[in-house]
Design a protein around this ligand. Structure first.
Ligand code: C2E
Ligand code: CA
Ligand code: CA
Ligand code: CA
Length: 279
């Protein structure tokens, strides 16, 4: 079996030829995954810090290949971006996420805003806005329940174009979050020009926050700045009670991470909702 999900260091040890074979095989499997439905979505609940209630979910793509097994999105997403497959994959994700959340509404489970990750190439796809509009129409999902997550690098590659795409999405009623905030080149002056609604503080800051006073100061400053700019703040990768308490004390609006819940398949999310509403 070819080592498809090996660490980059291991991969570098493989010769050029093996690497080439590995690539074409991964590409072939990914193409089949789109066609044969080997993708699914997990949903990670986010919590409103003040009420402790579910404030929404993030859709996270899962690939279960019959031959390769589970492949992590941090492996296949960058690969799909590089090989021109992300547009089709992204369309699957958008449609599946909107359809699922609309089904939950219809079944009376509740109204859960869903965040969908967008790669730079999807964001710069000239057909993005019309595809999004059509997807909202065909699934019936109200645009207020859809949110896009973009990284700083994806949104700043071409600022003028990004602002115009963001405006079109906002006109449809969709909201926009900056993902992994703090890890990109953080040109803060762009923040006020970009019509964004939320910042997601990267997990690395959440980890360091409880370990060094400098990191805590950064998190406090980011939250204060975001609030001044009328942006909501979500902290990612919250795993411990201590991290949660620090964030709550510092007026973070929402938290996401294993402390509240792991990403869940739809059926488990339904159970999670029913159990948390009993409390
Ligand atoms: P991301 O958007 O930053 O998503 C958060 C990642 O952190 C997810 O990894 C999630 O499972 C993980 N996570 C959540 N809570 C915790 C925690 O408390 N501790 C730890 N250690 N990890 C936590 P995942 O699902 O493996 O996804 C990795 C990345 O792949 C995502 O990072 C995102 O950049 C990308 N991705 C996933 N699904 C999609 C998609 O549908 N489209 C695009 N374009 N990218 C996606
Ligand atoms: Ca994300
Ligand atoms: Ca993130
Ligand atoms: Ca990330």
């Amino acid at each position: 079996k070819v080592m498809l999900v090996s660490a980059p260091a291991d991969r570098a040890l493989l010769g050029e030829r093996n690497r080439g074979e590995e690539h074409s095989r991964l590409r072939e499997r990914l193409t089949l995954a789109i066609r044969d439905g080997h993708f699914s979505l997990h949903y990670q609940p986010k919590a409103d810090v003040r009420t402790g209630r579910i404030s929404g979910v993030e859709a996270l793509l899962r690939w279960q290949d019959p031959i390769l097994g589970n492949v992590s999105p941090s492996v296949f997403i960058p690969f799909a971006e590089e090989h021109g497959l992300i547009i089709d994959i992204g369309r699957y994700v958008l449609h599946a996420a909107c359809a699922q959340v609309q089904r939950w509404r219809n079944d009376g489970l509740g109204e859960y805003p869903v965040a969908v990750n967008l790669s730079a190439c999807q964001f710069l796809d000239p057909e993005l806005v019309s595809y999004v509009r059509t997807t909202l129409e065909t699934t019936g999902l109200p645009p207020e329940l859809l949110e896009f997550e973009l990284t700083e690098s994806a949104s700043m590659a071409n600022a003028e174009q990004s602002i115009s795409v963001m405006r079109s999405l906002k006109e449809l009623g969709i909201s926009i979050s900056i993902d992994d905030f703090g890890t990109g080149f953080s040109n803060l002056s762009y923040l006020k020009r970009f019509p964004v609604d939320k910042l997601k503080i990267d997990r690395s800051f959440v980890i360091e926050m409880t370990q060094s006073s400098e990191s805590l100061s950064i998190v406090q400053a980011v939250i204060a700045m975001a609030h001044r700019l009328k942006l909501k703040v979500v902290a990612e990768g919250v795993e411990t009670q201590k991290q949660f308490s620090f964030l709550a004390l510092n007026y973070c609006d929402e938290v996401q991470g294993y402390f509240f819940s792991r990403p869940l398949p739809p059926g488990d999310f339904e159970i999670f909702v029913r159990e948390s509403s009993v409390l």
